[in-house]
Write a protein that binds this ligand. Structure first.
Ligand SMILES: C[S@@+](CC[C@H](N)C(=O)[O-])C[C@H]1O[C@@H](n2cnc3c(N)ncnc32)[C@H](O)[C@@H]1O
Ligand SMILES: [Zn+2]
Length: 303
């Protein structure tokens, strides 16, 4: 994952332009910045903006990729209250904006309990990453779904998980750490600050973010993917680890994951149509945004 070929141009002639949705403090986007992408930040309620009032039909094809971490509280295991529906509504907003902008690829970040998100025209790879695989001393795992038009999967050079870890730097468990320590655990510089936000809002924004080295590793894998995937075989569980010889899965955990999927079909809620590569939908800029996505499935597959 060292060489980047900046070969992808959009119709406006710009390269590597990425739209970051639900950016918050945009730790996710900062990893892409560091890997050489040019990141444009979308609206966030943190700044008084609502994604539902936003459309990108005017800049269809301007972005190579769209990244985003919609709110995860509804899908979190730590949730104490019943889901509000906001989580699903924001996943639908993500789908709507991807459909409008029609990028080459998209990356959705959330907690492991998030539904599978399918967007017509994209092949999806789903995997979880642990912060400690990227040198961070905290117990935190994030779930990613990567969709691409060309179906080229990400090769992820993953580290081993460290044993002696601190609790995750979450928005809800921040109080006892200094802000500098909190930022460091998320891979930000200790001097990082967010001007104009209250102390609580700063902790919340950083705690809600994707650890920056994790995001940078994915960004590098996205930049490198068309070069290194041709002669590399990947683990069947979609974790991005290369396999060799007659190997099907990379680790014992991958084997268990595959067995679980075989015995109860993954057991996940799905949003959108089920997927195989399909031609891109025709998008009419005149159509209202709410008509562009595939309607919600009412029958959910929960095992
Ligand atoms: C999980 S955080 C995103 C973290 C970010 N990806 C990062 O790595 O730093 C989710 C963000 O969605 C924003 N959000 C929630 N509802 C929204 C809405 N209706 N419109 C825009 N942003 C919204 C929240 O303010 C929050 O910043
Ligand atoms: Zn695997």
């Amino acid at each position: 994952m060292t060489s980047h070929a900046w070969s992808s141009h959009n119709s406006a002639g710009m390269k590597n332009l990425v739209l970051s949705l639900f950016p918050g403090a945009d730790l996710l986007g900062r990893g892409f910045d560091s890997a050489g992408f040019v990141v444009v930040r979308g609206p966030d309620t943190l700044l008084g903006q609502d994604v539902r009032a936003w459309s990108v039909t005017q800049v269809c094809h301007a972005f190579e990729g769209i990244i985003g971490g919609p709110p995860c509280q509804d899908f979190s295991r730590a949730r104490r209250r019943p889901p509000t529906g906001h989580g699903r509504a924001m996943l639908e907003e993500f789908r709507r904006l991807v459909t409008e902008a029609d990028p080459d690829w998209w990356l959705l970040e959330n907690v492991p309990g998030v539904p599978d998100v399918h967007i017509p025209g994209y092949v999806t790879q789903r995997f979880n990453l642990f912060a400690s695989e990227f040198g961070l001393r905290q117990k935190r795992n994030r779930s990613f779904q990567f969709g691409s038009r060309d179906g080229c999967k990400l090769v992820l050079l993953r580290g081993t998980q460290s044993q002696s870890l601190k609790p995750a730097a979450l928005a809800s468990t921040s109080g006892h750490r200094t802000f500098a320590d909190f930022c460091e655990l998320q891979g930000l510089p200790r001097s990082f600050t967010l001007q104009g936000l209250s102390r609580r809002a700063k902790y919340r924004a950083v705690g809600n973010g994707v650890p920056v080295p994790m995001s940078a590793a994915i960004a590098k894998a996205i930049a490198a993917r068309s070069h290194i995937t041709a002669d590399i075989r990947l683990c069947a569980c979609d974790c991005g680890r290369p396999v060799t010889g007659r190997q099907v899965s990379a680790t014992a955990a991958c084997r268990k994951r595959l067995e679980r999927r075989r015995s109860h079909g993954g057991g996940r809620v799905t949003i959108g149509e089920s997927r195989t590569a399909r031609p891109a939908p025709t998008i009419s800029p005149a159509r209202p945004p709410q008509l562009l996505g595939t309607p919600h499935r009412t029958a959910q597959t929960i095992v």
